[in-house]
Design a protein around this ligand. Structure first.
Ligand SMILES: Cc1ncc(COP(=O)(O)O)c(C=O)c1O
Length: 366
């Protein structure tokens, strides 16, 4: 069996260091808002290239805290609009609706799956306050054109970096440092994954970092004094210690993902894959696209190969969003109907990747 993702094997790559880090927190007797959190926040801010990193409970909270933070700072108010990619995981959209803001969907380019920057300006209205880009599948969605639009219309640029830890947006700049603020998820299956839920906000904005930190801790500062109504969304010391270890290995783990991706790209026809990428993707997911997706998925499973779909139902078609269900977003809908995610992780062997690619070629009689 070739699993889609064997998280046990991924953890095993660095098991001794992780176990020692967990043990040291357990023995310390200090489990929240301590040295392990401060150390991780500093290391991750340095890695991403921002002056601040604020840990929180998960990636959805990270995006929510950014938007709530801007609302507290008077940058946006309920009913204002945030441009979001139509082709994304639902959390990007939930963060917007959770804050009483309105998502405005923009279609992706079919050959990148990322927001089509040529369609953004037409979606801007007098109520637009921000553009969210999502670095889906580990590919950088930021473009200079998007930054220029934000500057021209005075909009905040928010990055959803949940799937792209370590990806490059330019030769010397990482995703998560390209806009005004970025939300990161450290869900266990991510490239930088914790042993449970965790997330973070990165930003160069001192005021935003301050309000995000307060909002994630009930709005308190100093302790027991609340100027704003916050939530409880903190990273715990065990997750922070684990993430500090895994961060040290992230570039090397991403390099292993690239080796797997190269095999798929070399062995599969270009008609199945996304367009090659200018800067370094970190291949959180390796998607292929085919009208025969369901039959291929069944065939691969019969051959002992597990795959996944990211995502079968786009946000605007979800039952929880009846107000968006009638929207027509044909490129997003086509991607959802044809996408299949192949096994990829730093623990997958190159032989396993070759077997996956060979079975796909067999299915298509190549
Ligand atoms: C693109 C994207 N945004 C946001 C999230 C939300 O992160 P979390 O699961 O940590 O809440 C995820 C992952 O789950 C994601 O893939």
């Amino acid at each position: 069996m070739i699993p889609f993702l064997n998280i046990q094997a991924v953890t095993a790559l660095h098991a001794d260091e992780i176990a020692a880090a967990v043990d040291s927190v357990v023995r310390s007797g200090w489990y929240l808002k301590g040295k392990a959190t401060a150390d991780f926040e500093q290391a991750y801010a340095t890695f991403i290239g921002t002056s601040h990193c604020v840990g929180c409970a998960n990636g959805l909270d990270a995006l929510t805290l950014i938007l709530k933070g801007y609302m507290e700072l008077g940058v946006m108010a309920p009913g204002d609009e945030v441009i979001v990619p139509a082709n994304t995981f639902i959390a990007s959209v939930l963060a917007v609706t959770r804050c009483g803001l309105t998502p405005v969907f923009v279609e992706p380019c079919a050959n990148t799956s990322l927001i089509d920057d040529s369609l953004i300006e037409a979606a801007i209205t007098p109520r637009t306050r921000a553009i969210m880009v999502v670095h889906l599948y580990g590919r950088c969605a930021w473009t200079k054109r998007i930054s220029d639009i934000c500057r021209h219309y005075d909009l905040k640029l928010i990055e959803d970096n949940a799937q792209a830890h370590g990806a490059l947006a330019a030769p010397d700049r990482r995703t998560g440092s390209m806009g005004d603020a970025a939300g990161h998820s450290f869900y266990p299956g991510k490239n930088l994954g914790a042993l449970g839920d965790a997330g973070a906000v990165t930003t160069n904005d001192d005021a935003l970092a301050d309000v995000v930190r307060r909002l994630g801790n009930y709005g308190m500062e100093p302790k027991y004094y609340c100027d704003v109504q916050g939530i409880n969304s903190r990273i715990d010391e065990i997750q922070a210690a684990v993430l500090t270890i895994k961060l040290r290995h992230l570039d090397e783990d991403n390099q292993r993902r690239r080796a797997i991706a190269d095999i798929y790209t070399d062995m599969l026809p270009a008609s199945l894959t996304l367009s090659p990428f200018a800067f370094d993707s970190v291949y959180h997911i390796y998607p292929i696209f085919t009208e025969q997706r369901d039959a291929l998925q069944r065939y691969l499973l019969s051959e002992g190969i597990e795959t996944n779909i990211h995502y079968p139902v786009p946000p605007h078609r979800q039952c929880c969003f009846p107000q968006f269900n009638s929207f027509s977003l044909p490129i997003t809908e086509q991607l959802a109907a044809t996408e299949l995610s192949l096994p990829i992780s730093p623990a997958l062997s190159t032989d396993e990747a070759r077997i996956v690619a060979e079975r796909i070629r067999q299915f298509f009689h190549i």
